[in-house]
Design a protein around this ligand. Structure first.
Ligand SMILES: [Zn+2]
Length: 1019
């Protein structure tokens, strides 16, 4: 009788843990260690090397959260270590800072430097060694140790004070447990790698498979062949027992895996941005060190921002990267500035992620990335296929959709079709991870899980420690080598994403199609958490658009200097702050303290550019005309008689809004609207006078505030769980109710609510409902002082419209979402993303909503007693999650909305711009004609700027905004020598050019077209 396979597994695990792993290192020799505690923030090597270091011993407890400790380590290679033994017994420094080995990249980490300050390699859990050569007799090096706290711990999501320097405790977090030089027994180490691969393979095979039993018996024979009291002496003999099992070839129809080295480095998350700079340095140093040993090792790294940090702060590492990019081992991927959120960045911001990412790659590595690389973002907007394709990219990679709670995405390799019809070849690694160790279990999952089996035979597996960085290890490369052609395993070869996509496309060109957005059925709270950061983002996206528009015009018209360097720097900041754990609100407090400050600085800088540019444009120093207040319209649509993108005198001949007060109600009325508000601030009627149609269902009140308990089961800042809906508390009373008229005739109702809660400071909500003279929309504004804990605040508008879908703005268009829950896909979409506007309608009558900083919303339908269908839209105003930032959303917020009944989709588009691009005033002595105009009202000018190459050429980006076709004449305030069409990288897309003052263009639904004009002479 044979031992059961389970018994062999258990025997193996005990032996592996107790005998084999401890035998990897031998001949330990102590080193002498001195330490210097850096001041609060990190310092460069040159500063650290010149400090006074003091001796410390093993057992030293060190490292308050976020502090930096420099160690200077010295010693000698023992004379007895004979150079002839070096290939079998490699000298290595072995280090343990007292961290646990559950994960890499979330605890203390260190970077080792040689005496000249050149980084050698990083130290982190699961990769805690440094190479040393026998010939280098004197052991001397520095370690920069970052005492990063493990903020997430075991992911219990308890509130923690670890997320900022000042709130974290002073207590040391780490202990110097091990720091010595030893010899790594290569044969023992190789045996460990053999076992890692075979054990993973064994447990992944079917219990009754012959191959599983063959591997089990080989392992059993290996265990019998090794002497536990002389592991080193018997390791070779033991390995021979595994040779046959490791050399049995894969079957002809095996799944194939292209394994590409990777390190997912969150640009900030459970650590501040500054720590990511060092995470990149550590990770990239690891990779370069590994490349010195393995010619076949390929590494893929995204995010131009990460490379730029290295270029600025670690030039020798950057030179190393450039060498490896040149020889093809290192592949910059993604072509983006950072791996940003996939939903919320605005139209032009999403474009600039690629423009600045690809520009950095071109300038520094003479290449463009060919694949979009967003493995971890929380869902992907339907605009991305067009945006990536116009950015020189032909493939798209993610894996996050495997996190869906309800529905499984049907494909791993497919064509993704965007809202405009553009298709991009796409792949989700079927290993369902971007942090693979290339274990047998992960590889087996990649094959079993792969949806396209039988049509396609290949998937990509990114391997290497990630999230907190770290990257591939020599153990992972050993696993890749062992699984190249191994019976029962997918065939693994190391390669690039480019190679993968070429192979996948060649065998599966007619892959199935997924149309529209990829909605992640999880992390729905990220559209709302950390509202101030979202508002800063929205505001500065708008100000950037204005600054580029007016500054480029001022440059062309008056010769004013174009602030290209300043604008690029601001863009890079904004793009960084759109990273997929920053803009979503899922990082620690430290990050939001910095981001809110940076947004405020950027706002000031941009307003200066806007104001000085407008002053130059609107003033003719040679003219004698008097200056007057002129209205500036940055909208791509006309407003109050001022042309789109023009400066002139606004017209508003409307009568003042009238106010009448009854006992129960106050009624505001202008020529267009009659609004009736009850004494608790609810809108009970919103009547369009021109169409004589009521927007609010009879007997139902709108503008209602709903407070929900918001206690997700996991992932607090990330998630709104479906059960939040079961706890609705309607804020149906007010503490103050006032009505007033403003000087311009606007009528205002202001309410104030105080939320009294026994356990905390009271929150106050001040709301205004404003109706301007002649306005076709009402304005709703909030000033909120928010002190709730784990609550979600929603603003509800039940609309008397039978709508099957709502249209929510996304980049360069909108996405339509069902208002019902017919399918599990509809059900799971209970909280969605909008940009500036939301629109719902019946055949020819609709209601448009615009917001200035609110991304999350939900929509539900009810049928009333009289049979009418009511479509209720609710906007998610604020949350107050407690992890990872226990103070998230606490404090002051302002939010603004516009609501327009009797609206079309064109009106909704316009309303979004109107709220987000309020009219400005400039003192000037001349009106300013638009620099660019579009004859078709649905073709909008989104971006006007000067070319990125510094040529002075003008770039104009336009899009069709309503989902229809359009012919538009695009006219300029001057004559251009050349006008041609380009992609987003500002490279010509055809040889055709015209000259003159206009160009006629045809637009498909939601199509984006970029024009480049050179030699533009302004009249
Ligand atoms: Zn991430």
């Amino acid at each position: 009788m044979h031992q059961g396979t389970k018994a062999v597994e258990e025997r193996l695990d005990r032996f592996f843990r107790d005998k084999l792993q401890p035998a990897i290192y031998r001949d330990h020799v102590a080193l002498s260690i001195t330490a210097w505690q850096a001041p609060r923030e990190p310092v460069p090597f040159e500063v650290a090397a010149n400090q006074r270091y003091e001796a410390v011993d093993l057992g030293w407890r060190f490292g308050r959260a976020w502090s930096t400790i420099w160690l200077k380590v010295s010693g000698e290679i023992p004379a007895s270590w004979n150079a002839n033994d070096e290939s079998a017994l490699a000298a290595e420094i072995v280090i343990d800072f007292g961290y646990n080995t559950s994960r890499s990249g979330f605890q203390a980490e260190a970077l080792a430097y040689d005496l000249a300050g050149k980084p050698i390699k990083a130290i982190a859990p699961k990769n805690s060694w440094l190479p040393w050569s026998y010939g280098n007799k004197k052991v001397e090096f520095y370690l920069e140790v970052a005492a990063n706290p493990d903020v997430a711990g075991e992911y219990t999501f308890e509130p923690t004070t670890l997320g900022d320097w000042d709130t974290a405790s002073e207590q040391p977090l780490y202990e110097l447990k091990k720091l010595h030089i030893a010899r790594r027994d290569i044969e023992v180490w190789e045996l460990v790698q053999d076992i890692f691969t075979l054990r993973g393979l064994m447990v992944s095979l079917a219990q009754d498979s012959t191959r599983r039993h063959v591997v089990t018996r080989a392992i059993e024979d290996m265990l019998d062949a090794i002497d536990p009291s002389d592991v080193s002496g018997t390791a070779s003999a033991a390995r021979k027992k595994l040779t046959a099992a490791l050399s049995a070839p894969a079957s002809a129809s095996s799944h194939r895996v292209i394994a590409t080295g990777h390190a997912h480095i969150d640009s900030a998350w459970l650590w501040p941005i500054r720590e990511t700079v060092r995470k990149c340095a550590r990770t990239f140093s690891n990779v370069l060190s590994l490349m010195d040993e393995h010619d076949d090792f390929i590494f893929s790294a995204s995010s131009a921002q990460h490379y730029k940090w290295i270029k600025d702060h670690y030039p020798s590492v950057f030179e190393g990267i450039k060498k490896r990019v040149a020889n093809g081992q290192w592949k910059p991927v993604g072509g983006m500035w950072v791996e940003c959120d996939g939903n919320m960045p605005g139209s032009e911001a999403m474009v600039r992620q690629f423009v600045y990412g690809q520009k950095f790659f071109q300038d520094n590595f003479a290449m463009h990335a060919r694949e979009a690389w967003l493995p971890d973002s929380f869902g992907y907007s339907g605009s991305l296929p067009q945006i990536v394709t116009q950015s020189g990219i032909s493939s798209f990679l993610s894996q996050k959709m495997s996190w869906n709670q309800v529905n499984r995405m049907p494909h791993h390799t497919f064509w993704w079709e965007g809202i405009d019809g553009t298709r991009v070849f796409s792949h989700f690694p079927s290993a369902d991870t971007y942090i693979s160790e290339l274990s047998g279990e992960e590889l087996a999952h990649a094959e079993k899980n792969f949806s396209e089996k039988g049509r396609s035979s290949i998937s990509l597996v990114p391997f290497g420690w990630g999230d907190g960085g770290g990257g591939p290890t020599r153990e992972m490369i050993a696993a890749a080598h062992r699984t190249g052609d191994l019976e029962g395993s997918p065939k693994v070869s190391m390669g690039t994403a480019d190679e993968f996509f070429a192979l996948a496309r060649s065998e599966y060109a007619n892959a199935p199609v997924w149309r529209g957005e990829m909605y992640l059925e999880l992390h729905r709270g990220v559209l709302t958490s950390q509202h101030r950061t979202k508002q800063g983002n929205r505001r500065n996206e708008g100000l950037l658009r204005e600054a580029e528009l007016w500054a480029s015009y001022a440059t062309l018209k008056t010769g004013a200097a174009y602030p290209s360097a300043q604008l690029e720097e601001i863009w890079q900041s904004i793009l960084l702050m759109q990273f997929h754990d920053i803009l979503p609100g899922t990082a620690i407090a430290w990050v939001y303290r910095e981001v809110e400050n940076r947004h405020a600085e950027i706002t000031r800088e941009l307003l200066e550019i806007i104001n000085s540019s407008l002053a130059a444009l609107a003033n003719d120093p040679t003219a004698n005309t008097a200056t007057q207040a002129l209205t500036v319209n940055a909208m791509p649509l006309s407003r109050n008689g001022v042309a789109a993108l023009g400066v002139g005198i606004a017209r508003n001949s409307a009568q003042a809004t009238s106010v009448s007060e009854q006992n129960e109600f106050v009624t505001l009325e202008n020529e267009e609207l009659r609004v009736r508000v009850d004494r608790s601030g609810r809108i009970v009627s919103l009547l369009s006078l021109a169409t004589n149609r009521e927007a609010i269902a009879p007997g139902i009140a709108a503008n209602e505030l709903h407070l929900h308990n918001d206690n997700p089961t996991r992932w607090d800042a990330w998630d709104i769980d479906e059960h939040y809906r079961n706890s609705k508390h309607v804020l149906d009373s007010v503490d103050d109710f006032n009505v007033r008229k403003e000087a311009d005739g606007t009528a205002v109702i202001e309410t104030r609510r105080v939320l009294h809660s026994a356990s905390q400071q009271a929150s106050t909500i001040v709301q205004t409902i404003r109706l301007e003279p002649g306005a076709k929309s009402i304005d709703i504004g909030f000033e909120i002082d928010w002190h709730e804990n784990e609550k979600l605040l929603k603003l509800a508008f039940p609309i008397d419209i039978h709508a099957e879908e709502v249209a929510a703005e996304t980049q360069f268009g909108f996405v339509k979402r069902p208002t019902h829950e017919n399918t599990s896909w509809d059900f799971a979409r209970f909280e969605s993303c909008q940009h500036k506007y939301l629109f719902l309608n019946e055949k020819d009558w609709g209601v448009a909503f615009a917001n200035d900083s609110t991304y999350g919303f939900d929509v539900q339908r009810t049928t009333e007693a009289n049979g009418a269908t009511v479509t209720s839209v609710r906007f998610s105003l604020l949350r107050s999650p407690k992890f990872p930032d226990p103070e998230a959303d606490q404090g002051r917020h302002s939010l603004n909305f516009k609501i327009r009944p009797a609206a079309t989709i064109e009106d909704a588009v316009s309303l979004g711009y109107e709220l987000n691009y309020p009219a400005r005033e400039v003192q000037g002595n001349r009106p300013v004609e638009p620099l660019v105009s579009s004859s078709a009202p649905q073709v909008l000018v989104e971006t006007v700027k000067l070319a990125e190459d510094g040529s002075g050429d003008l770039i104009v980006r336009l899009y069709e905004s309503t989902g229809g076709r359009a012919d538009s004449r695009i006219a300029f305030a001057g004559v251009a020598k050349k006008i041609w069409l380009t992609d987003f990288l500002e490279l010509p897309t055809s040889a055709e050019q015209v000259s003159g003052g206009s160009i006629d263009l045809k637009f498909r639904p939601f199509q984006v077209i970029t024009l480049r004009l050179s030699g533009l002479q302004i009249d």
